[in-house]
Design a protein. Sequence first.
Length: 166
Amino acid sequence: MKNVNVRKLALAGILVAVGIVCSPLSIPVGASRCAPIQHFINILGGVFLGPWYSLGTAFITSLLRNLMGTGTLLAFPGSMCGALICGLLYQFTRRLPLAYLGELFGTSVIGGILSYPVAVLLMGNSCAVFAFVLPFFISSFGGTIIAAVLVTALKRTKVLEAYLEK
């Protein structure tokens, strides 16, 4: 039991580090910065770590990106919702396509709508309720494609099953 937690914490730390190092690779869209690598990390975390570690990874990455000035407050609802939904769908179904859809839906629709009060109340931006849905979808779609390619390769080489069995 203890070994599993250490492995999960180590992988979560690596995913946070990758998210921080790759945070300059973002595309500014309005008040948000679209970061496809974050969504790639959300899917890896959701599949390999489960929903709660993935949620924690997304939170820590968003927090550090904001403290370093490479992210916005909109990173919190977008990345955290996508990571949680992705992880929950994979945990309960063990189907990768549903994990990918969970990331897309959680980030773009749920995270996009939850970003509205953050933008209006905390950032002082005036925008429509659905203003972030499309930019978040574009960002998460790019990260989902990258993750789908990598996770499919890991599944074909039996790395995914070997990791999840331990």
